[in-house]
Design a protein around this ligand. Structure first.
Ligand code: NAD
Length: 496
C-alpha cells in the first residue's frame, strides 16, 4: 500500500479519466457536464464505450480471484486507508463537489464529513461464526454501483465499502450530471487497491445499460429514480443478476398538536429544504394538526426565509441551485402548475438579482399552503425547494393520507407524547420511520424502501449479506446429520 503522502492528487480541475485496472484512460469521445451555479460547461470527462465496459468487467473478474482470498481484516485495512486518503484530498474534493453539484460550502462539508465515518463504521462489521454449522457468505464477483447525482461521493462510498469489504470487486458508474468527484475517487483508489478491485467509468446515458446487461456482472446496486429502477430490474432479470434498488421517496412528517413549535419548526424546515430538497429522505409532505396549523405555517415561513441561496462558492449560503438542467426543467414545470392551479403560496423567496437569470439553476424556496392531496406537489416526489404543508384533524385519516403513495422510503411523527407518536409511527408504510426525528441513518443499520422506494437494503449487516451468497456446509462428517438440520442449527461465519 502507498504512503498517505503519495495519495494527495495534484489536479482537480483539468484532467478527468476513467480508472480501469488502476490505469487512467481517456476515450475517443468526451463530454462536459454543467456547473449548476453558473450554467457553464465543466471540464471534459470520458464517454465510455462497450469496449471500456468489457475491459473493466474483465479486470474486475480477474481481480476478484485474489481479492476474495484476502481476509476481511486485510480488505478492511485497504478501506481504512482509502478513508484516510479521501480525507487527505478534502481540499480538492470539496470545491470540485461544489462545482459539479452546486452544493455551497456548508453542503460540501456535510457530504465530505460523512465519507470517512461511512467507511469507518462499516468496516468493523463482521459476519460472525456460531455453532456447529457454517453459513457461508461468499462474495458474488463483480459488483457495479450506479448512482444518482445528489450525493455523488456519499452514495458511491456506501456501495463500494460494502462490496469490497465482503470480497467483491467493484465498478462505479456515476451520473453523467456529476462524474467529477467519482473519477477522482477512482484515481485515489488506484493508488491503494490492487488493479481491477475498484474502477470508475464515466459516460453518457447509455453506459448504465451496458453494465446491467453485461453477463460478467454479478450484482447491480442502484440508487436513482423509480422509473430507472424499474428498467434496471428488468435488465437484470435477463441474467437473473442480483440487484439492490434504492429509489425515490415522498416522505411525510406528521406534526401532532402538542409539539414545541420553537424547536420543531426549524428542524422540519431544515429537513425539507436541505440540499435544496434533493434528498431521497427529505421531508416532502408536512402534515400539521389543524389546531396549530396557522402558527406552524407562520413559523415555518420565517424559518425558510433564513435559508440564504447562493452559489457553490458562497460560505454563507444554506442552499445552492438544483443540480442539473433536467431537474431544473422538471421543477419549473411543477412551479408553473402550482401557479396555474391557483394553489395558495404562503411564501416564495425572491432570488437575489445576482443569481436570477444568470444561467445557474436557482429556484426560489417556496412554501405551499394546504394544497389538495391529489395535486402533483403532494402526490409525487418533488425533489426541490418547494414544500407543501397540509392540515389534518383525525389520526387514522392522516396515516391513511401519509401512506397513500406508491413510495415508502421514510416517515416520521412529531409529538411530546412519545407513546402516541410511536403508535402512529408504527403504522407508516416505510423502510425507516422515526419519532421526533427524520433522515437519521447510520452505516451500521440497514436501510431500504417499502413499495416502489426500493428492493433489498444496503448498509448494516443485512446490507453486507446482500453482496454475498449464503451457503451451508456441515462440519460433521456424518452425512446423515444433514437431514436432521433445522434452521436453529445454522450459524453464520465471515470467511468462505
Ligand atoms: P436516475 O434514475 O435518472 O439516474 C440514476 C443513475 O442511473 C444515473 O447514474 C444514470 O446515468 C443511470 N441510468 C439512467 N438510465 C439507466 C438505465 N436504463 N440503466 C441503468 N442505469 C441507468 O435518477 P437521478 O435523477 O440521478 O436521481 C434522483 C432520484 O434518486 C430521486 O428519485 C431520489 O429520491 C433518488 N435517490 C434515492 C436514494 C436512496 O437511497 N433511496 C438516494 C439518493 C437519491
Amino acid at each position: 500500500m502507498a504512503a498517505t503522502s503519495n495519495l494527495v492528487l495534484d489536479d482537480y480541475e483539468k484532467t478527468f479519466r476513467n480508472v480501469i485496472d488502476n490505469e487512467l484512460t481517456s476515450t475517443a469521445e468526451t463530454r462536459r457536464a454543467v456547473d449548476p451555479s453558473t450554467g457553464q460547461p465543466l471540464a471534459e470527462v470520458p464517454v465510455s464505450t462497450q469496449a471500456d465496459v468489457d475491459r473493466a468487467v474483465a479486470a474486475a473478474q480477474a481481480a476478484f480471484v485474489g481479492w476474495r482470498e484476502r481476509s476481511t481484516d486485510d480488505r478492511a485495512g485497504y478501506l481504512l486507508q482509502f478513508a484516510d486518503a479521501i480525507e487527505a484530498n478534502q481540499a480538492g474534493l470539496g470545491p470540485l463537489l461544489g462545482k459539479e453539484t452546486g452544493k455551497p460550502l456548508q453542503g460540501q462539508a456535510i457530504e465530505l464529513f460523512h465519507l470517512g465515518s461511512l467507511i469507518r463504521q462499516m468496516v468493523p462489521l463482521r459476519l460472525e461464526e456460531e455453532r456447529k454449522v457454517v453459513r457461508r457468505y461468499l462474495p458474488l464477483g463483480v459488483g457495479v454501483g450506479i448512482v444518482a447525482w445528489n450525493f455523488p461521493m456519499g452514495l458511491a462510498v456506501v456501495k463500494l465499502a460494502a462490496a469490497l469489504l465482503v470480497g467483491n470487486t467493484f465498478i462505479l458508474k456515476p451520473s453523467p450530471y456529476s462524474p467529477y468527484t467519482a473519477l477522482k475517487l477512482g484515481e485515489i483508489g488506484a493508488r491503494i487497491f490492487p488493479p481491477g478491485v475498484f474502477q470508475v467509468l464515466s459516460g453518457g446515458e447509455d453506459l448504465g445499460p451496458m453494465f446491467t446487461s453485461h453477463p460478467g456482472v454479478a450484482k447491480i446496486s442502484f440508487t436513482g429514480s423509480v422509473a430507472t429502477g424499474k428498467k434496471v430490474m428488468a435488465a437484470c432479470g435477463a441474467h437473473l443478476k442480483r440487484v439492490t434498488l434504492e429509489l425515490g421517496g415522498n416522505d411525510a412528517a406528521i406534526i401532532c398538536p402538542d409539539v414545541d413549535l420553537a424547536t420543531t419548526v426549524p428542524k422540519i424546515a431544515f429537513l425539507s429544504y436541505v440540499n435544496s430538497g434533493q434528498i431521497c429522505l427529505a421531508v416532502k409532505r408536512v402534515y400539521v394538526h389543524e389546531s396549530i396549523y396557522d402558527a406552524f405555517l407562520a413559523a415555518f415561513v420565517e424559518a425558510v426565509k433564513t435559508f440564504k441561496v447562493g452559489p457553490a462558492t458562497d460560505a454563507e449560503a444554506a442552499l445552492g441551485p438544483v443540480q442539473n438542467s433536467m431537474q431544473y426543467g422538471k421543477l419549473q414545470a411543477l412551479y408553473g402548475e402550482v401557479a396555474q392551479q391557483g394553489l395558495k403560496v404562503a411564501y416564495k423567496a425572491d432570488l437575489p438579482p445576482a443569481l436570477d437569470g444568470k444561467g445557474g439553476f436557482y429556484l426560489p424556496s417556496t412554501v405551499v399552503d394546504n394544497p389538495p392531496e391529489d395535486s402533483r406537489l403532494v402526490a409525487e416526489e418533488q425533489f426541490g425547494p418547494i414544500v407543501p404543508l397540509l392540515k389534518w384533524s383525525d389520526e387514522e385519516d392522516v396515516i391513511r393520507r401519509a401512506n397513500a403513495t406508491l413510495m415508502g422510503l421514510g416517515g416520521s411523527v412529531w409529538s411530546a407524547d412519545t407513546a402516541r407518536a410511536e403508535r402512529m409511527t408504527r403504522q407508516l408504510e416505510a423502510g425507516t420511520v422515526w419519532v421526533n426525528s427524520h433522515f437519521e441513518i447510520t452505516p451500521n443499520v440497514a436501510f431500504g424502501g417499502f413499495k416502489e422506494s426500493g428492493v433489498g437494503v444496503e448498509q448494516g449487516l443485512d446490507g453486507l449479506k446482500g453482496g454475498a451468497i449464503t451457503n451451508f456446509s456441515l462440519r460433521s462428517n456424518n452425512a446423515a446429520n444433514i437431514m436432521r438440520l433445522s434452521q436453529e442449527d445454522v450459524g453464520v461465519c465471515s470467511e468462505p
